[in-house]
Design a protein around this ligand. Structure first.
Ligand code: ADP
Length: 169
């Protein structure tokens, strides 16, 4: 809470297809910086093909958060559709959090931040660098490894790993 008792609200948007321990690490860290963190899951089926449905992705995030320890603020999970900046404004959010892994993330995130800033200069985007252990973890690689029969239990919670296993069967 700030001096004026105004809640600081942050949004962490992502596909979470599925949610990984890398995502959870970013969530825990972002939760130190705001009073309320909204994990926003977009539909965006029009430009990304997901393995899990919108409802399944939301359910996995909720389930993982329910067992997560060490968070510092209220965290809620919501669906959203449309422009992220419109959603952020509607929620009265102060900032959007994104995670940055390798240089490969940078180009896309840089462009998206630039476009969002042009549309809504009042909504700041804040980047949290992926920490060592999770730097190379991505939902797409996890899915690829699992498809090829590899063990991905290190990168997902047991509940999410189980969902991925049943999806691939
Ligand atoms: P999107 O489709 O929005 O990129 P993702 O679920 O792939 O959704 O990622 C959501 C956010 O989390 C992005 O900012 C991404 O860079 C970040 N992220 C994903 N995996 C990691 C990780 N292992 N460490 C840090 N940030 C991550």
């Amino acid at each position: 809470m700030t001096e004026n008792n105004i809640q600081k609200i942050g949004i962490y948007p992502g596909s979470f297809d599925p949610i990984t321990k890398g995502h959870l690490h970013i969530i825990r860290r972002a939760s130190k910086l705001v009073d309320h963190l909204i994990i926003a899951v977009p539909d965006n089926t029009h430009n990304k093909s997901h393995m899990f449905s919108w409802d399944e992705r939301v359910a996995m995030v909720k389930a993982d958060l329910a067992t997560m320890t060490g968070q510092h603020c209220e965290i809620t999970v919501e669906k959203f559709d449309g422009l992220l900046v419109d959603y952020a404004r509607a929620k009265g959010a102060d900032c959007v959090y994104r995670g940055l892994r390798a240089i490969s993330d940078f180009e896309y995130e840089f462009q998206m931040t630039g476009m969002n800033y042009a549309l809504a200069p009042d909504v700041e985007t804040v980047f949290l660098m992926a920490s060592g252990q999770w730097q190379f973890v991505s939902s797409s690689f996890v899915k690829e490894i699992a498809r090829l029969g590899g063990d991905v239990s290190e990168f997902l919670t047991p509940a999410t790993a189980e969902k991925l296993r049943s999806k691939l069967q």
